[in-house]
Design a binder for this molecule. Sequence first.
Ligand SMILES: *Cc1c(COP(=O)(O)O)cnc(C)c1O
Length: 393
Amino acid sequence: MSYHVNEKGYYGQFGGAYIPEMLYPNVEELRQQYLKITAEPSFQEEFDALLKDYVGRPTPLYFAERLSAKYNTKIYLKREDLCHTGAHKVNNTIGQILLAKRLGKTRIIAETGAGQHGVATATVCALMGLQCIVYMGEIDIERQAPNVARMKMLGAEVRPALSGSRTLKDATNEAIRDWINNPVDTYYIIGSVVGPHPYPDMVARFQSVISKEIKEQLLEKEGNENPDYVVACVGGGSNAAGAYYHFLDDENVNIIAVEAAGLGVDSGESAATSALGKIGVIHGSKTLLMQSLDGQITEPYSISAGLDYPGVGPMHANLFATGRAEFISITDDQAMQFGLQLSQMEGIIPAIESAHAFAVLDQKQFKPTDVVVINLSGRGDKDLNTYIDYFKL
Ligand SMILES: *Cc1c(COP(=O)(O)O)cnc(C)c1O
Protein backbone atom coordinates (compact mmCIF):
# COMPACT_ATOMS: atom_id res chain seq x y z
CA MET A 1 0.00 0.00 0.00
CA SER A 2 1.23 3.51 -0.76
CA TYR A 3 0.41 6.41 1.50
CA HIS A 4 1.34 8.95 -1.15
CA VAL A 5 -1.03 10.63 -3.55
CA ASN A 6 -2.04 8.71 -6.69
CA GLU A 7 -2.10 10.18 -10.20
CA LYS A 8 -5.77 11.14 -9.80
CA GLY A 9 -4.98 13.21 -6.71
CA TYR A 10 -6.30 10.78 -4.10
CA TYR A 11 -4.95 9.26 -0.91
CA GLY A 12 -7.15 6.17 -0.66
CA GLN A 13 -10.67 7.58 -0.82
CA PHE A 14 -9.58 11.08 0.26
CA GLY A 15 -8.41 14.10 -1.72
CA GLY A 16 -9.39 15.04 -5.27
CA ALA A 17 -10.31 18.50 -6.51
CA TYR A 18 -13.89 19.51 -5.69
CA ILE A 19 -13.87 23.01 -7.08
CA PRO A 20 -16.24 25.40 -8.86
CA GLU A 21 -15.88 25.20 -12.63
CA MET A 22 -14.62 28.80 -12.72
CA LEU A 23 -11.55 27.70 -10.77
CA TYR A 24 -10.75 24.76 -13.01
CA PRO A 25 -8.23 26.53 -15.34
CA ASN A 26 -6.12 27.79 -12.40
CA VAL A 27 -5.99 24.46 -10.60
CA GLU A 28 -5.43 22.54 -13.82
CA GLU A 29 -2.49 24.78 -14.78
CA LEU A 30 -0.93 24.06 -11.41
CA ARG A 31 -1.61 20.33 -11.64
CA GLN A 32 0.06 20.10 -15.03
CA GLN A 33 3.09 22.16 -14.04
CA TYR A 34 3.99 21.55 -10.41
CA LEU A 35 5.95 18.30 -10.73
CA LYS A 36 7.74 19.42 -13.85
CA ILE A 37 8.79 22.80 -12.47
CA THR A 38 9.78 21.59 -9.01
CA ALA A 39 11.93 18.84 -10.54
CA GLU A 40 13.98 21.32 -12.60
CA PRO A 41 17.55 21.56 -11.29
CA SER A 42 17.40 25.38 -11.27
CA PHE A 43 14.28 25.24 -9.09
CA GLN A 44 15.86 22.76 -6.68
CA GLU A 45 19.01 24.88 -6.46
CA GLU A 46 17.16 28.09 -5.68
CA PHE A 47 14.85 26.34 -3.18
CA ASP A 48 17.74 24.65 -1.37
CA ALA A 49 19.82 27.84 -1.29
CA LEU A 50 16.95 29.85 0.25
CA LEU A 51 16.20 27.11 2.77
CA LYS A 52 19.84 27.20 3.81
CA ASP A 53 20.72 30.89 3.83
CA TYR A 54 17.34 32.53 4.40
CA VAL A 55 15.41 30.05 6.54
CA GLY A 56 18.48 28.71 8.37
CA ARG A 57 18.24 25.02 7.42
CA PRO A 58 19.08 22.36 8.25
CA THR A 59 17.34 22.90 11.57
CA PRO A 60 19.02 20.98 14.42
CA LEU A 61 17.87 17.59 15.66
CA TYR A 62 18.38 18.09 19.38
CA PHE A 63 18.66 15.26 21.91
CA ALA A 64 16.55 16.39 24.88
CA GLU A 65 18.54 14.92 27.74
CA ARG A 66 16.48 15.93 30.75
CA LEU A 67 13.20 15.10 29.08
CA SER A 68 14.60 11.73 27.97
CA ALA A 69 15.71 10.93 31.52
CA LYS A 70 12.30 11.82 32.94
CA TYR A 71 10.37 9.65 30.47
CA ASN A 72 13.03 6.92 30.28
CA THR A 73 13.30 6.91 26.50
CA LYS A 74 15.38 8.70 23.86
CA ILE A 75 13.69 11.92 22.82
CA TYR A 76 14.90 14.06 19.92
CA LEU A 77 13.39 17.41 19.00
CA LYS A 78 13.32 18.56 15.39
CA ARG A 79 13.84 22.27 15.80
CA GLU A 80 11.49 23.90 13.29
CA ASP A 81 11.06 26.61 15.90
CA LEU A 82 14.44 27.91 14.76
CA CYS A 83 13.27 28.60 11.20
CA HIS A 84 13.10 32.22 10.08
CA THR A 85 9.66 33.58 11.11
CA GLY A 86 9.51 31.03 13.93
CA ALA A 87 7.88 27.95 12.43
CA HIS A 88 7.88 25.42 9.61
CA LYS A 89 5.35 27.37 7.50
CA VAL A 90 8.03 29.30 5.61
CA ASN A 91 9.39 26.09 4.02
CA ASN A 92 6.16 25.89 2.06
CA THR A 93 5.71 29.57 1.22
CA ILE A 94 9.23 29.68 -0.24
CA GLY A 95 8.49 26.67 -2.42
CA GLN A 96 5.19 28.08 -3.64
CA ILE A 97 6.49 31.56 -4.40
CA LEU A 98 9.30 30.10 -6.51
CA LEU A 99 6.67 28.12 -8.38
CA ALA A 100 4.48 31.23 -8.78
CA LYS A 101 7.39 33.16 -10.27
CA ARG A 102 8.08 30.41 -12.79
CA LEU A 103 4.42 30.40 -13.76
CA GLY A 104 4.77 34.12 -14.51
CA LYS A 105 2.43 35.25 -11.71
CA THR A 106 2.83 38.77 -10.31
CA ARG A 107 0.16 38.92 -7.61
CA ILE A 108 0.03 36.63 -4.57
CA ILE A 109 -3.03 35.95 -2.43
CA ALA A 110 -3.38 33.90 0.73
CA GLU A 111 -5.85 33.21 3.52
CA THR A 112 -4.89 33.18 7.16
CA GLY A 113 -6.55 32.37 10.47
CA ALA A 114 -4.15 33.08 13.29
CA GLY A 115 -1.94 35.05 10.94
CA GLN A 116 1.06 32.70 10.91
CA HIS A 117 0.60 31.66 7.29
CA GLY A 118 -0.17 35.27 6.36
CA VAL A 119 3.14 36.36 7.89
CA ALA A 120 5.06 33.55 6.14
CA THR A 121 3.47 34.56 2.83
CA ALA A 122 4.04 38.30 3.33
CA THR A 123 7.67 37.47 4.16
CA VAL A 124 8.39 35.65 0.89
CA CYS A 125 6.50 38.28 -1.13
CA ALA A 126 8.79 40.94 0.34
CA LEU A 127 11.75 38.71 -0.47
CA MET A 128 10.66 38.42 -4.11
CA GLY A 129 9.16 41.89 -4.54
CA LEU A 130 5.68 40.59 -5.39
CA GLN A 131 2.32 42.13 -4.47
CA CYS A 132 0.69 40.36 -1.52
CA ILE A 133 -2.95 40.35 -0.43
CA VAL A 134 -3.92 38.36 2.65
CA TYR A 135 -7.57 37.60 3.44
CA MET A 136 -8.35 37.34 7.12
CA GLY A 137 -11.63 37.14 9.05
CA GLU A 138 -12.61 40.39 10.73
CA ILE A 139 -12.75 38.62 14.11
CA ASP A 140 -9.27 37.15 13.60
CA ILE A 141 -7.91 40.57 12.65
CA GLU A 142 -9.02 41.80 16.07
CA ARG A 143 -7.71 38.71 17.91
CA GLN A 144 -4.34 38.56 16.17
CA ALA A 145 -3.29 42.19 16.05
CA PRO A 146 0.50 41.59 16.29
CA ASN A 147 0.47 39.35 13.20
CA VAL A 148 -1.66 41.87 11.29
CA ALA A 149 0.97 44.49 12.14
CA ARG A 150 3.74 42.16 10.96
CA MET A 151 2.04 41.58 7.61
CA LYS A 152 1.58 45.33 7.10
CA MET A 153 5.19 45.99 8.08
CA LEU A 154 6.23 43.44 5.44
CA GLY A 155 4.24 45.34 2.83
CA ALA A 156 1.17 43.11 2.52
CA GLU A 157 -2.41 44.31 2.27
CA VAL A 158 -4.69 42.61 4.82
CA ARG A 159 -8.28 42.41 3.57
CA PRO A 160 -10.99 41.61 6.14
CA ALA A 161 -13.53 38.87 5.42
CA LEU A 162 -16.82 40.29 6.64
CA SER A 163 -19.23 37.41 5.96
CA GLY A 164 -20.30 34.39 8.03
CA SER A 165 -18.45 33.82 11.28
CA ARG A 166 -15.72 36.21 10.01
CA THR A 167 -12.95 33.67 10.66
CA LEU A 168 -10.69 31.37 8.61
CA LYS A 169 -13.44 29.63 6.61
CA ASP A 170 -14.76 32.98 5.41
CA ALA A 171 -11.28 34.27 4.61
CA THR A 172 -10.76 31.16 2.48
CA ASN A 173 -13.99 31.85 0.58
CA GLU A 174 -12.83 35.40 -0.14
CA ALA A 175 -9.44 34.18 -1.37
CA ILE A 176 -11.11 31.67 -3.70
CA ARG A 177 -13.42 34.41 -5.03
CA ASP A 178 -10.41 36.62 -5.69
CA TRP A 179 -8.64 33.80 -7.56
CA ILE A 180 -11.69 33.17 -9.75
CA ASN A 181 -11.78 36.87 -10.64
CA ASN A 182 -8.02 37.11 -11.33
CA PRO A 183 -7.14 33.82 -13.01
CA VAL A 184 -4.24 35.05 -15.15
CA ASP A 185 -1.85 37.06 -12.98
CA THR A 186 -2.66 35.67 -9.50
CA TYR A 187 -1.23 32.74 -7.55
CA TYR A 188 -2.97 31.44 -4.41
CA ILE A 189 -0.52 30.23 -1.71
CA ILE A 190 -2.32 27.73 0.54
CA GLY A 191 -0.77 27.26 3.97
CA SER A 192 -1.23 23.58 4.79
CA VAL A 193 -1.70 20.16 3.19
CA VAL A 194 -5.31 21.04 2.39
CA GLY A 195 -7.22 22.34 -0.61
CA PRO A 196 -7.78 20.76 -4.03
CA HIS A 197 -5.18 18.48 -5.62
CA PRO A 198 -2.30 19.23 -6.24
CA TYR A 199 -1.99 21.46 -3.15
CA PRO A 200 -1.82 18.73 -0.47
CA ASP A 201 0.89 16.84 -2.35
CA MET A 202 2.78 19.99 -3.31
CA VAL A 203 2.83 21.35 0.25
CA ALA A 204 3.83 17.91 1.62
CA ARG A 205 6.76 17.81 -0.81
CA PHE A 206 7.96 21.28 0.19
CA GLN A 207 7.72 20.35 3.88
CA SER A 208 9.32 16.93 3.34
CA VAL A 209 12.72 18.56 3.87
CA ILE A 210 11.94 18.03 7.58
CA SER A 211 12.01 14.21 7.40
CA LYS A 212 14.84 14.24 4.87
CA GLU A 213 16.98 16.05 7.43
CA ILE A 214 15.77 13.85 10.31
CA LYS A 215 17.03 10.78 8.42
CA GLU A 216 20.47 12.28 7.82
CA GLN A 217 20.74 13.53 11.38
CA LEU A 218 19.60 10.26 12.98
CA LEU A 219 22.05 8.30 10.88
CA GLU A 220 24.82 10.48 12.24
CA LYS A 221 23.62 10.41 15.86
CA GLU A 222 22.15 6.90 16.21
CA GLY A 223 23.70 5.00 13.31
CA ASN A 224 20.20 4.32 11.99
CA GLU A 225 18.22 6.73 9.88
CA ASN A 226 14.84 5.52 11.15
CA PRO A 227 13.37 6.37 14.55
CA ASP A 228 10.93 4.09 16.34
CA TYR A 229 8.37 6.89 16.55
CA VAL A 230 7.82 10.19 14.80
CA VAL A 231 5.33 12.50 16.49
CA ALA A 232 3.74 15.75 15.28
CA CYS A 233 0.73 17.93 15.97
CA VAL A 234 -1.92 18.15 13.26
CA GLY A 235 -3.95 21.23 12.41
CA GLY A 236 -4.31 21.02 8.65
CA GLY A 237 -1.30 18.73 8.81
CA SER A 238 1.66 20.35 7.04
CA ASN A 239 4.33 20.08 9.72
CA ALA A 240 3.20 16.50 10.34
CA ALA A 241 3.25 15.66 6.63
CA GLY A 242 6.80 16.99 6.42
CA ALA A 243 7.95 15.07 9.48
CA TYR A 244 6.34 11.79 8.28
CA TYR A 245 6.99 12.05 4.55
CA HIS A 246 10.13 9.94 4.12
CA PHE A 247 8.96 7.41 6.72
CA LEU A 248 5.48 6.78 5.32
CA ASP A 249 6.31 3.62 3.43
CA ASP A 250 8.51 2.15 6.15
CA GLU A 251 6.10 0.44 8.52
CA ASN A 252 8.83 -0.07 11.14
CA VAL A 253 8.53 3.62 11.90
CA ASN A 254 5.49 4.28 14.07
CA ILE A 255 3.65 7.48 13.23
CA ILE A 256 1.73 9.42 15.87
CA ALA A 257 -0.54 12.36 15.05
CA VAL A 258 -1.63 14.65 17.86
CA GLU A 259 -4.85 16.62 17.54
CA ALA A 260 -6.31 19.35 19.73
CA ALA A 261 -9.13 18.15 21.97
CA GLY A 262 -9.78 21.70 23.20
CA LEU A 263 -11.89 21.48 26.35
CA GLY A 264 -12.35 17.72 25.75
CA VAL A 265 -13.29 15.55 22.76
CA ASP A 266 -16.96 15.37 23.81
CA SER A 267 -17.24 18.91 25.18
CA GLY A 268 -18.52 20.49 21.97
CA GLU A 269 -15.44 22.76 22.13
CA SER A 270 -12.81 20.74 20.29
CA ALA A 271 -10.79 20.36 17.10
CA ALA A 272 -10.22 16.58 17.29
CA THR A 273 -11.11 15.82 13.70
CA SER A 274 -10.17 12.13 13.61
CA ALA A 275 -12.36 11.43 16.65
CA LEU A 276 -15.31 13.59 15.60
CA GLY A 277 -15.04 13.96 11.83
CA LYS A 278 -17.06 12.38 9.04
CA ILE A 279 -16.27 12.29 5.35
CA GLY A 280 -17.08 15.56 3.66
CA VAL A 281 -15.69 18.22 1.35
CA ILE A 282 -13.83 21.26 2.65
CA HIS A 283 -11.62 23.72 0.71
CA GLY A 284 -11.95 21.59 -2.40
CA SER A 285 -10.91 18.21 -1.08
CA LYS A 286 -12.73 15.17 0.24
CA THR A 287 -11.51 14.46 3.74
CA LEU A 288 -12.49 14.02 7.37
CA LEU A 289 -14.36 17.00 8.62
CA MET A 290 -16.24 18.03 11.76
CA GLN A 291 -19.83 18.64 10.71
CA SER A 292 -23.40 18.56 11.95
CA LEU A 293 -25.83 15.80 10.92
CA ASP A 294 -27.02 17.93 7.99
CA GLY A 295 -23.46 18.55 6.81
CA GLN A 296 -22.84 22.06 8.18
CA ILE A 297 -19.20 22.56 9.17
CA THR A 298 -18.84 22.74 12.96
CA GLU A 299 -16.87 25.66 14.43
CA PRO A 300 -13.73 24.12 15.89
CA TYR A 301 -12.12 25.22 19.13
CA SER A 302 -8.60 24.94 20.53
CA ILE A 303 -6.56 27.26 22.75
CA SER A 304 -3.97 27.13 19.96
CA ALA A 305 -5.04 29.13 16.93
CA GLY A 306 -2.99 26.96 14.54
CA LEU A 307 -4.85 23.75 15.44
CA ASP A 308 -8.27 25.38 15.40
CA TYR A 309 -9.33 23.84 12.07
CA PRO A 310 -12.43 21.69 11.39
CA GLY A 311 -10.72 19.22 9.02
CA VAL A 312 -7.42 17.50 8.33
CA GLY A 313 -5.63 17.18 5.01
CA PRO A 314 -6.51 14.13 2.88
CA MET A 315 -3.14 12.45 3.50
CA HIS A 316 -3.90 12.41 7.21
CA ALA A 317 -7.49 11.25 6.71
CA ASN A 318 -6.03 8.26 4.86
CA LEU A 319 -3.34 7.62 7.48
CA PHE A 320 -6.15 7.53 10.05
CA ALA A 321 -8.52 5.35 7.99
CA THR A 322 -5.80 2.81 7.15
CA GLY A 323 -4.42 2.75 10.69
CA ARG A 324 -0.95 3.70 9.43
CA ALA A 325 -0.85 6.54 11.96
CA GLU A 326 -2.09 6.48 15.53
CA PHE A 327 -4.16 9.55 16.36
CA ILE A 328 -4.41 10.92 19.87
CA SER A 329 -6.05 14.09 21.14
CA ILE A 330 -4.80 16.41 23.83
CA THR A 331 -6.76 19.00 25.80
CA ASP A 332 -5.86 22.65 26.21
CA ASP A 333 -4.82 22.02 29.82
CA GLN A 334 -2.52 19.09 28.96
CA ALA A 335 -0.87 21.07 26.16
CA MET A 336 -0.33 24.13 28.35
CA GLN A 337 1.31 22.01 31.08
CA PHE A 338 3.67 20.49 28.51
CA GLY A 339 4.47 23.97 27.18
CA LEU A 340 5.54 24.94 30.68
CA GLN A 341 7.43 21.70 31.23
CA LEU A 342 9.44 22.02 28.00
CA SER A 343 10.28 25.62 28.89
CA GLN A 344 11.56 24.68 32.33
CA MET A 345 13.25 21.37 31.51
CA GLU A 346 14.92 22.24 28.22
CA GLY A 347 14.86 26.04 28.05
CA ILE A 348 12.65 26.01 24.96
CA ILE A 349 9.31 27.85 24.96
CA PRO A 350 7.24 26.06 22.29
CA ALA A 351 4.30 27.26 20.23
CA ILE A 352 1.13 25.95 21.88
CA GLU A 353 0.49 23.89 18.73
CA SER A 354 3.83 22.12 19.20
CA ALA A 355 3.22 21.71 22.95
CA HIS A 356 0.33 19.39 22.02
CA ALA A 357 2.76 16.96 20.40
CA PHE A 358 4.76 16.67 23.63
CA ALA A 359 1.73 15.50 25.57
CA VAL A 360 2.25 12.15 23.80
CA LEU A 361 4.77 11.52 26.59
CA ASP A 362 1.91 11.25 29.09
CA GLN A 363 -0.32 9.31 26.76
CA LYS A 364 2.06 6.57 25.68
CA GLN A 365 4.68 4.40 27.36
CA PHE A 366 7.91 4.21 25.34
CA LYS A 367 10.74 1.70 25.86
CA PRO A 368 14.15 2.92 27.13
CA THR A 369 15.73 1.98 23.80
CA ASP A 370 13.06 3.69 21.67
CA VAL A 371 14.11 6.65 19.57
CA VAL A 372 11.24 9.14 19.62
CA VAL A 373 11.40 12.19 17.34
CA ILE A 374 9.00 15.00 18.20
CA ASN A 375 8.54 17.74 15.65
CA LEU A 376 8.82 21.08 17.42
CA SER A 377 6.86 22.97 14.76
CA GLY A 378 7.26 26.50 16.12
CA ARG A 379 8.37 28.79 18.90
CA GLY A 380 6.17 30.26 21.57
CA ASP A 381 6.83 33.99 21.24
CA LYS A 382 3.51 34.48 19.45
CA ASP A 383 1.72 32.68 22.31
CA LEU A 384 3.23 34.58 25.19
CA ASN A 385 0.01 36.42 26.01
CA THR A 386 -1.92 33.15 26.11
CA TYR A 387 0.72 31.64 28.41
CA ILE A 388 0.64 34.77 30.59
CA ASP A 389 -3.15 34.65 30.96
CA TYR A 390 -3.23 30.90 31.56
CA PHE A 391 -0.44 30.67 34.15
CA LYS A 392 -1.04 34.18 35.60
CA LEU A 393 2.66 34.93 35.01
C1 LIG B 1 0.20 26.69 11.70
C2 LIG B 1 0.93 25.91 12.72
C3 LIG B 1 0.62 24.56 12.99
C4 LIG B 1 -0.53 23.86 12.37
O1 LIG B 1 -0.48 23.74 10.97
P1 LIG B 1 -0.09 22.36 10.27
O2 LIG B 1 -0.41 22.60 8.84
O3 LIG B 1 -0.96 21.29 10.88
O4 LIG B 1 1.34 22.12 10.52
C5 LIG B 1 1.40 23.88 13.91
N1 LIG B 1 2.42 24.48 14.56
C6 LIG B 1 2.74 25.77 14.34
C7 LIG B 1 3.88 26.37 15.10
C8 LIG B 1 2.02 26.54 13.41
O5 LIG B 1 2.34 27.82 13.21
